[in-house]
Unconditional design. Structure first.
Length: 237
């Protein structure tokens, strides 16, 4: 099986190719330059793998939540390639990508993922690892202020990963009040981790037509008015 995965939901831009278990990956911090960097990044991993788009069996796309523009760019790119080459697609939550990387690298059982959503909020979700080493979500993903993320039963211990922790660790710790053994506040989703989540879907024959691939935004209001921005700033301690 030959698959291309990509994720542009955060300030990172990443792509990876899977060829029967061999992975070629590229990850970089693109800031707001995803439109400029995504095509070269994808070209880099395809060249490293010696593949053309026409030789792929499918695509995997990080669908957010994350930056509105970043998510939209990645999903639009995946749809365009998949439709042009009649390839099936699997969408994977960018929070799940980060959870898969964290739990796979550490061997731990549970992780609290929080990605900085700006505007004083985080994208937050809990995950645990199943018997096959794959991440399973515990509850729904939310966008919320760090002091209002959903509470949980105090099962311990937890890892914590994501830029939301890098920005709001104190607030999140105070809210969750659980045992956290390690915090990686700089962690970002990476496309290479999408294969673990997506390959079982391809094997079940459950990959989708690109027409139905949809982004996950969570936040209904993407931009704040100038007045709302000023109110947010004055509300900060």
């Amino acid at each position: 099986m030959k698959l291309l995965a990509l994720d542009t939901a955060t300030e990172a831009c990443s792509a990876a190719v899977w060829i029967d278990g061999v992975v070629h990956a590229h990850f970089e911090i693109a800031g707001r330059d995803h439109t400029k960097r995504l095509l070269p990044v994808v070209a880099d991993v395809l060249a490293a793998a010696g593949l053309r788009y026409s030789q792929l069996d499918g695509l995997v796309c990080g669908v957010g939540p994350g930056s509105f523009a970043g998510v939209r760019i990645g999903v639009a790119f995946a749809k365009g390639v998949a439709l042009a080459h009649e390839l099936p697609v699997v969408g994977v939550s960018s929070l799940a990508l980060l959870a898969q990387r964290t739990l796979g690298a550490s061997g731990a059982q549970r992780v609290l993922v929080a990605i900085d959503a700006r505007m004083g909020e985080v994208y937050f979700q809990r995950f645990e690892r199943d018997a096959d080493g794959l991440t399973q979500a515990l509850g729904e993903a939310v966008v919320a202020a760090p002091g209002t993320v959903p509470l949980m039963a105090a099962r311990a211990p937890w890892l914590a990963a994501g830029t939301g922790w890098g920005t709001y660790e104190a607030e999140l710790r105070a809210r969750l009040a659980c045992e956290i053994t390690h915090v990686d506040g700089a962690a970002l989703p990476q496309a290479a981790d999408a294969f673990a989540c997506a390959i079982p879907v391809f094997k079940r024959g459950a990959a989708q037509n690109a027409d139905v691939l949809q982004p996950i935004y969570l936040r209904n209001q993407v931009a704040l008015t100038l007045l709302q921005q000023q109110q947010r700033r004055t509300e900060k301690p």
